[in-house]
Design a protein around this ligand. Structure first.
Ligand code: ZN
Length: 422
């Protein structure tokens, strides 16, 4: 199958200057979430909404939480009929992680400086260039295919870097219900990613009995219990890695201790054995792992540790579970990218996997929406100092989005059944 002629024209209609200007404006709109210091996504969301209003669209701004706005904007071709046609979502987040010490940056992190092909700044890759590419792609599709039998829903949401409140709110409000496929515009080096790693976050609290350091036998040391738990989850990690092997796009599963605190609260003192110790586990999962079963295995091992020491108590709490996702290779959205890829990028499609969870995780897990994660920027650069993105790569993303959108929406005559018209 070759690329629809209109899809090619939509790709060509992407304006590189527009992509650069949008990405630069977004980097300048600092959107680090800093509760108590006034930092949030408001300015970046307003910038997106203003850009959309500027081309005659009517974005909606909804707060996922106080001062944490989602921007939602629909465009549909004149031939669009919601009863029979597809809706493609362009998904992005407006928040960025902290810049850390600005003195560590070669270029000030929110200046938005462009040097040649490179845009510098916090969020340039993760993921303001991706958001810019999505907006520019929407504009290109609209100019070339005004009668497209489909709809594009832009969702630029808050709090991806935290608890993903933005996308959860978006889904809970019903915005995902009509979405038949979604492009997650995260920095993935323009690789077609059909897999995303899962994540679980656990609190482990080990309760012992406080005592004098000179008389440890009078109490129960929770630090020793915590040590046993670290050891046993490490062996569970090893056995899961052996059982599953390395996934071709996601690598190995991991169970990583990330925080250890003892005492878990209050003042630490050298000669006091604390009553409580705390352990955080950051768990990353791959296809073949069931989150409930894994949690049960960890809990069972913690109960063993508990049983081995009288008066020791262990509590395990899973406070976030983001399943791994897999999108079928024969999904029409995947096909649309595969058709567009060689013509737009002049090379065969490249495939990858997403090492962390994204907003797309919840679109897939909660609403079963096929997702393709693809966007500009090196996969390892997010959250580092001196973050930057190549603008030519962002333009390539925008061209891919535009072509894939026309291909995906334009070829369809009816979404019933979806799989029959790929
Ligand atoms: Zn991101």
């Amino acid at each position: 199958m070759s690329l629809d002629a209109r899809a090619r024209r939509a790709a060509e209609a992407v304006d590189p200057d527009r992509v650069a200007a949008l990405a630069q404006g977004l980097v300048r709109a600092r959107s680090v979430f800093e509760p108590g210091r006034g930092g949030n996504e408001t300015t970046a969301a307003a910038f997106v909404a203003e850009a959309l209003r500027g081309i005659g669209l009517e974005p909606l701004v909804e707060e996922a939480a106080p001062d944490r706005p989602n921007v939602i904007c629909d465009w549909s071709g004149s031939a669009f009929d919601p009863a029979v046609h597809r809706t493609l979502m362009f998904e992005g987040h407006s928040d960025v992680v902290t810049e850390g010490d600005p003195g560590q940056w070669r270029v000030p992190p929110f200046e938005g400086r462009i040097e040649g092909d490179v845009l510098h700044g916090r969020g340039s890759a993760d993921m303001k260039a991706g958001v810019a590419a999505a907006i520019a792609a929407l504009e290109a599709v609209r100019s070339v295919a005004p009668d497209l039998p489909g709809r594009i829903r832009l969702g630029i949401v808050a709090d991806e870097e935290g608890m993903m409140l933005g996308i959860k709110h978006f889904i809970e409000r019903g915005w995902a219900d009509e979405v038949s496929g979604a492009i997650i515009c995260e920095p993935e080096e323009n690789e077609i990613c059909l897999f995303q790693k899962g994540a679980m976050r656990l609190h482990v609290r080990v309760h012992g009995v406080m005592s004098h350091g000179a008389m440890p036998y009078a109490g129960v040391n929770p630090i020793l219990g915590l040590n046993d738990i670290v050891t046993t989850v490490r062996s569970l990690e090893r056995s899961e890695q052996v059982r599953l092997g390395a996934h071709p796009h996601l690598g190995l599963p991991w169970i990583t201790p990330t925080i250890v605190m003892a005492p878990a609260g209050g003042e630490a003192q050298h000669n006091v054995m604390p009553k409580e110790a705390y352990l955080a586990l950051d768990i990353r999962t791959v296809p073949g792992q069931d989150h409930d079963a894994l949690l049960e295995q960890i809990s069972a091992r913690c109960r063993e540790v508990e049983r081995a020491t009288p008066r020791l108590k262990v509590e395990v709490e899973c406070f976030e579970s983001r399943p791994w996702t897999e999108t079928p290779a024969d999904d029409p959205l995947v096909r649309a990218f595969e058709v567009a890829y060689p013509e737009i990028l002049q090379r065969p499609p490249r495939y990858g996997g997403v090492p962390g969870a994204t907003d797309g995780t919840f679109l897939r897990a909660w609403r079963d929406i096929p997702i393709v994660t693809l966007g500009p920027g090196d996969r390892t650069i997010p959250h580092q100092v001196n973050e930057s993105v190549r603008l030519s790569e962002a333009v390539a993303s925008a061209r891919l989005y535009a072509a894939a959108a026309v291909e995906y929406l334009g070829r369809v005559t009816s979404i019933r059944p979806v799989s029959a018209d790929a």
